[in-house]
Ligand binder design. Structure first.
Ligand code: NG6
Ligand code: CA
Length: 521
């Protein structure tokens, strides 16, 4: 009896490694995986990463239960390319058309592409994406068929189910997509989405500005829904439209539903929060609760979501069998198009922590973000300065599920599983590549012989959102910059002229990564 019990224990502790390279045969040993990806959340936005003006007890608790990475990255400083790379394991700069997607964008990731979801699906997981998609839906050419089948989409690249905001909530339309259909769509009131004003009397943020409950500051002055004007135009689909205030609640509800219905088999959930992207409209129960205005209130809402997910896992007795990774899709921004007082209410808060740059930037603040992995009983709690990136999760989870990556897929995804699991002495990456929205600006952070060099190549000699605490604007920068990150975390002192040989070597390394069309072994 004792022998049997200890055998079971050994199998359940080491089951996944013993099965490396094969299909998971004993599903009981496969951990569930949840990735909670925040939106526009900066390194300094949560209290476990140093925020003092706001408290995030649930995210802090998650960090205290696992590994809190101080060099955790997303691969791009905007949403669409980070999500593209997270799912495919390929750098977005290799594929044109992976920048921020407009309202009517067709599917960016083609059916048949190997993704983190398809890898886990093949390994026996039930897979779902719930939340912000922003990777396009529908065929190239016609684009999304809002009143018909919205495919291809997540279900064609490895997800069993989805419950989505199609783009991002400052873009139309404000409807949920459940699997292939707009949820609650009344066929008698078809949904039309376009980039031209449908009629002269169609209310917009320009024509009916006085009716807005949150005014715009730049762009975002087209169709009005829920008192907020957006990017793009739409009509119809009224029964399907949601209130901004209810997004977070809905996704928590749907996530818990998914977990409950898959409690007896391994599942992978990509929970893509909209917090703290604009328009920042928290539920009424969070409004006014922070000293930082709407942006801070949305951070509290995000923290609540994390707490709800953990509580649901605990209630279902799944917490010890679930790996949670918490991350962000890009760094912070203050005024991203709405007058929500993010700047005015900032006080001492430093959303990018000690770093320069934020969203849109390849300075550290654009991509170095909160990054936490937690799996109670399996991950020894601690803090790690190993380099890990959202692009690595495809490879790492694949190994965790006992699958080898097909040779020509996830070509930039490095296996950092041991670092994610906080194993003593485990190494992360040797370097990270950081890109801006369309990849015409690149950063390369290289860790070697105890040094941390950072190269930035900006062919257009412009950096955006360099100082997050100011109005979003372009700043002139030299084409080539080199920083010593250990001495100069804020990337203030350009050493390119002082160390030409290092610049040359890092330029070559970057060039090789580009021309080889792959960067992993
Ligand atoms: C920009 C939008 C910004 C935001 C961003 C995408 C304007 C003026 N700015 O073009 O508000 O929507 O795209 O953000 O329209 S992301 O986090 O989804 O990448
Ligand atoms: Ca984002």
């Amino acid at each position: 009896m004792v022998l049997v019990a200890s055998f079971v224990l050994v199998v359940s502790l080491f089951g996944f490694s013993a099965e490396a390279g094969q299909h998971l045969s004993d599903e009981a040993t496969a951990p569930n995986i949840i990735v909670i990806m925040a939106d526009d959340l900066g390194y300094g936005d949560v209290s476990c990463y140093g925020a003092t003006e706001i408290q995030t007890p649930n995210i802090d608790k998650l960090a205290a239960s696992g590994v809190r990475f101080t060099s955790g990255y997303c691969s791009s400083s905007t949403c669409t390319p980070t999500r593209y790379s997270f799912l495919t394991g390929n750098y977005a700069f290799r594929t044109p058309g992976t920048g921020v997607a407009p309202p009517n964008a067709p599917a960016i990731i083609q059916p048949g592409t190997v993704t983190i979801a398809s890898l886990l699906q093949e390994a026996g997981y039930r897979t779902a994406v719930i939340g912000k998609w922003h990777l396009g839906l529908g065929e190239k050419g016609p684009g999304p068929d809002w009143n018909g089948d919205l495919k291809p989409g997540p279900l064609e690249i490895g997800f069993h189910s989805c419950f989505l905001l199609p783009t991002t909530n400052d873009r139309v339309p404000q409807v949920f997509v459940a699997d292939h259909r707009v949820a609650n769509l009344d066929p008698a009131d078809p949904l039309w989405v376009g980039d031209k004003q449908p009629s002269v009397d169609h209310p917009t943020g320009l024509t009916n500005r006085e009716t807005l409950k949150m005014d715009w500051s730049h762009g975002h002055n087209q169709t009005i829904h829920n008192g907020i004007s957006r990017i793009g135009f739409y009509t119809g689909g009224h029964a399907a439209r949601f209130r901004d205030e209810d997004l977070a609640d809905k996704w928590v509800e749907k996530s818990i539903e998914f977990i409950e219905s898959n409690r007896n088999r391994p599942f992978f959930l990509f929970l893509a929060s909209h917090d703290v992207h604009v328009p920042r409209i928290p539920h009424e129960r969070f409004a006014g609760n922070s000293s930082l205005g709407y942006r801070g209130d949305c951070i509290l809402q995000l923290d609540w979501c994390v707490g709800e997910m953990v509580a649901a896992l605990e209630r279902l007795k799944l917490r010890e069998n679930t790996l949670i990774v918490f991350c962000s899709d890009n760094g912070p921004v203050m005024d991203d198009g709405y007058q929500d007082q993010a700047l005015e209410r900032l006080g001492e808060h430093r959303a990018a922590g000690p770093f320069s740059g934020g969203k849109y930037s390849v300075f550290e603040g654009g991509t170095r973000t909160p990054f936490i992995s937690s799996w109670p009983g399996r991950i020894e709690p601690g803090i790690s300065d190993e380099l890990v990136s959202t692009i690595d999760l495809a490879h790492s989870f694949s190994v965790l599920a006992g699958r080898e990556l097909p040779e020509n897929s996830a070509v930039d995804s490095v296996n950092v599983l041991d670092a994610l699991l906080g194993k003593p002495g485990a190494k992360g990456r040797d370097y990270v590549v950081q890109q801006n929205n369309n990849g015409n600006q690149l950063g390369l952070r290289v860790r070697e012989n105890g040094r941390d060099w950072k190269l930035i190549v900006s062919p257009n000699k412009q950096a955006y959102n360099l100082v997050v605490e100011e109005t979003l604007r372009g700043t002139a920068v030299p084409e080539i910059q080199l920083f010593d990150l250990q001495a100069d975390l804020a990337e203030k002192q350009n050493l390119a002229e002082q160390f030409p040989a290092i610049v040359e070597r890092l330029m070559e390394q970057l060039q090789t990564i580009k021309t080889n069309n792959r960067s992993r072994n």
